[in-house]
Design a protein around this ligand. Structure first.
Ligand code: APR
Length: 310
């Protein structure tokens, strides 16, 4: 009898809990939520489980403060860290979160040596790089969520501007996971294969790109806390691609070894996700302005790396 896959989530905060909820509701895996705060992951797990009889999902979902409960996970999502407060940049988080990520990754690898690590802690690109460097795993198994969220925001805003279904609107965002340095690619965005430029003027497209860049900040300013539902859904999309070996094309933060002319850095690029984690990087030709934006984005990530003290 095949057993159900196991996903552990380190950090039972808002994003970790949202991811657990989405994963459980799609019955993708048994889920273990962990946190350093006693009682928090246990309570969150029970709360989600009690929606099961109504929503019609049936998986094992447990909370724990102990890594033993995460043993032999197929995928481990790392959201542990402190969240960005209004007015705070993701970069300012680096010191605190680097310490947390180092400690968490060591425990995760010990408990689940076969797992694929999916990073969420910010600053995302630097934390994914740190995790890759300290985990001692192949790059295919240490990836970060950035473009999945930025792209769903891009698609949402495009669909709102177009007055068309989000289901038919596609677009991707590559580069670093910061307001300034993400690289939305409107040139490649389509409505069911029709370029969005057929529908929208350059001015309106520029406005959508600007709103996408501030997608996280807009929410934080409104509700005085970071968003979490879409971030959880983005993690779930990546987990599903891996557990179902779907070969989905999802912009993902990965360790580059010469792709896009860059090496020894983690940043968002179009990637194929399947059972092996990162299965392929898709190198698309960028035009001159996209290439310049991507290079600036990588440079911004590189600036953060010395602070990791590797
Ligand atoms: N081990 C396990 N859990 C930890 C650890 C640790 N060493 N350190 C912190 N945590 C937990 C916190 O107790 C908290 O419950 O991580 C959780 C983070 O949750 P939130 O503060 O709600 O943050 P969230 O909005 O979910 O964001 C998750 O994404 O935006 C980034 O940097 C941000 O690290 C944050 C992450």
């Amino acid at each position: 009898m095949p057993t159900r896959p196991k996903v552990s989530i380190i950090g039972a905060g808002t994003v970790g809990t949202a991811a657990a909820h989405w994963i459980a509701s799609l019955e993708l895996a048994d889920v273990v939520l962990t946190d350093i705060i006693e009682g928090l992951p246990q309570g969150k797990a029970l709360d989600i489980l009690q929606a099961g009889p109504i929503a019609g999902f049936d998986v094992r979902l447990a909370g724990s403060n102990d890594y033993a409960a995460t043993a032999d996970s197929d995928v481990v999502i790392v959201t542990a860290g402190i969240a960005r407060k209004p007015g705070m940049t993701r970069e300012q988080l680096i010191d605190t979160n680097a310490g947390i990520v180092r400690a968490v990754v060591a425990e995760v690898v010990r408990a689940s040596p076969r797992a694929i690590l999916l990073m969420l802690t910010n600053p995302l690109d630097a934390m994914t790089y740190l995790a890759y460097r300290v985990a001692g795993l192949p790059r295919a198994r240490v990836i970060g969520q950035s473009g999945a969220l930025d792209s769903t925001r891009f698609r949402t805003f495009l669909a709102m501007e177009l007055g068309l279904s989000v289901e038919d609107v596609h677009g991707l965002v590559i580069g670093a996971h910061t307001d300034k340095d993400m690289v939305p690619l409107p040139r490649l965005a389509t409505v069911r294969g029709i370029p969005v430029s057929h529908f929208l003027s350059q001015e309106r497209l520029d406005a959508v790109v600007a709103r996408t860049r501030r997608g996280g900040a807009e929410i934080t300013e409104l509700m005085k806390a970071s968003g979490f539902t879409a971030a959880g859904a983005a993690l779930c999309e990546m987990v599903e691609a891996i557990l179902k070996d779907k070969k989905r094309v999802i912009p993902t933060c990965v360790y580059l070894e010469g792709e896009y002319g860059e090496r020894d850095v983690c940043v968002g690029v179009p990637a194929v996700l399947g059972a092996g984690g990162l299965e392929r990087i898709i190198e698309i030709p960028l035009d001159a302005s996209e290439q310049a934006a991507f290079a600036a984005s990588v440079a911004a990530v590189r600036e953060m790396l010395p602070a990791l003290k590797l």
